[in-house]
Design a protein around this ligand. Sequence first.
Ligand code: ZN
Length: 201
Amino acid sequence: MLNNQLILYSTTLNAPLPTIPQLINTLQTLQFIAQPYSSSQQLNYQVGEQFLNLITFLGCSPVIHTDPTHSDPATLCYLTLYPPFQTPLFLKSPHLKHFRCPHCRHSSQHWSSLLQAWEQDKLHFHYTCPHCQTTLPPQQLNWRHQAAFTRLILLIHNLYEGEAVPNDSLMTHLKQHTHNDWDYFYTQHLSTQLPNPPFTE
Ligand SMILES: [Zn+2]
């Protein structure tokens, strides 16, 4: 069964991140998340009252299941927070094919060789566009909402690409409250790529 996921992520790699309690406080203040499911699932949250106003739904009348007591877990829309990663991770959609230079829009499919070079020196590696010679860190390339370089993510289950987009109000509030820049991408089964399981104590 596919678990389509919309991931909000901090693009801040070299500066302080919000702590998990700070992030929870911000998200609850926005009413983007409500309460955790249970004491045994501390980082899984039901959607908050403003969730449907902070995500723009595309198309006509999408059916979003948000009630954990009445929804099939396979379709339930809920959120999972993860502890910040010790070092930046590259996370991607299985559909990632190419990325673009943000200056000249040159497209490249060689993301795996870029990744190998980045792994050697995550904080200092810069990519040079073969077309316009612009040099920039890989997180500033255009990954077309299909990949991320990040140390902090917020995972929203069972929303998929083409269905839902975080709106400007949400992204602006996140930036203001956490002093981090945020972006988003779409994937499936992201948890298989993550080193740290959510807290379950
Ligand atoms: Zn370029």
